[in-house]
Design a binder for this molecule. Structure first.
Ligand code: ZN
Ligand code: ZN
Length: 114
């Protein structure tokens, strides 16, 4: 007989056999995550772009530290820097390293909403 350990769900504390969250919280969490990020495929991001963006963030951080250049706001300290397309792929932008702009998540989201 196999003993399955139950662990408390990370969100609600209900004992669950899942790795981290109970079925209900897992479903909610995945839904929220998908809404926030969209799938990588939907956004046209692949491994090469992820690496290009990560390299741009690393270079920016090495040169400027945790500092967001700002999008329609003054530059400000930010530790959650991300790389984004300057010209969106939907508008013909490429995944090359000269089409990467480093912004914090907040500025990135604002820019994307434009
Ligand atoms: Zn739960
Ligand atoms: Zn910012």
């Amino acid at each position: 007989m196999t003993v399955r350990l139950r662990r408390p769900c990370l969100n609600c504390g209900t004992p669950t056999r899942n790795a981290s969250r109970c079925d209900r919280c897992q479903a909610v969490w995945q839904q929220q995550r998908d809404q926030v990020r969209g799938s990588a495929h939907q956004r046209g991001y692949d491994g090469a772009w992820q690496r290009t963006a990560a390299a741009a963030v690393a270079a920016h951080r090495a040169a400027h530290g945790d500092w967001c250049p700002g999008w329609q706001v003054p530059a400000h300290p930010a530790s959650d820097l991300t790389g984004d397309h300057i010209v969106a792929k939907a508008n013909g932008g490429t995944d090359s390293s000269d089409n990467v702009q480093v912004l914090c998540r907040g500025c990135n989201a604002r820019k994307r909403d434009q």
